[in-house]
Design a protein around this ligand. Sequence first.
Ligand code: NDP
Ligand code: OXD
Length: 313
Amino acid sequence: MNIIFYHPTFDAKLWIDGITKRLPQANMRVWQAGDDQPADYALVWRPPHDMLASRTALKGIFALGAGVDAILAQEQHQPGTLPAGVPLLRLEDTGMSLQMQEYALAAVLRYFRRMDEYQLFQQQKQWHALVPHSRSDFTLGVLGAGVLGSSVAEALAGMQFTVRTWSRSAKSQAGVQSFYGDDQLAAFSTGCKVLINLLPNTPHTAGILNHQLFTNMQHNAYLINLGRGGHLAEGDLLRALDSGQIAAATLDVFTEEPLPAMHPFWSHPRVSITPHVGADTLPQEAMDSIVSNIVAIEEGREPAGQVDLIRGY
Ligand code: NDP
Ligand code: OXD
């Protein structure tokens, strides 16, 4: 079995050693330009067009992350990036859910307990107690109720917050109110104090964090974007921060990464930035999952995490 690997930053040796330890029959190599030798599987992140273009004999392409918007966008611009008929598989959880729960809880509790405001008071040497937020007014909305969104909703509901999710299909999750479909987006967002975005970036969801959505929320609401930069209408957020519609935002993902030095988000006093670290790909967990999927394919079973190319996630 031949496996090719391409990732712009990951430690290739760690991945080759890890996969071949789990699958001793595998012969794995880093793909280099010009390599057109046979391969059965590919493990990739933002692969060069030439890597996969003519490889219709592949049995699976494994994206080394949860979101597949970059590789699908590449396919749009350079058709053939993904060879026809080859399944594209993504990472489902593999240790990302817990990281997302940590991030979302940290950001929500910082706003709920007004830590961001006390931080500013400290800079001014102000000893001033604010009125605590009330849980009953602090409705949390999670956009996306998939692997990561549902896990975040569960953690927040476990902290006794009122939690809603929004997805394409209806969900049934203890302690969480499910809204679904375009028709219910307004009802979902109306009255939310915090929105946490964990949608995949697709043509349908791009730009969804916009003026209309912000005005449905409570005044002085909070935004936490953990999905993709393409979900956010940046100008709308800056205007909503100016008007007080949005009190503060925590942003982990951006249209252009790294965020350019001149971008107004960097110096905005009510924008908190992290460098796309909501949930990292954990190599050992990811390798376990990829190898069990390869074994499934080899044994003729359905692998997990298959991307629906039409839906875009
Ligand atoms: P899933 O595919 O498991 O979940 C996606 C969810 O979004 C599903 O609930 C789906 O609805 C919903 N959804 C998709 N399209 C629509 C739509 N048009 N209208 C309403 N709901 C929609 O993905 P994951 O939870 O694994 O990951 C979500 C995203 O998180 C990734 O795509 C990636 O962009 C981002 N991410 C960010 C990271 C970071 O470090 N910041 C790390 C990892 C991921 P339904 O369930 O009905 O299909
Ligand atoms: C991912 C990401 O999709 O890193 O895994 O954002």
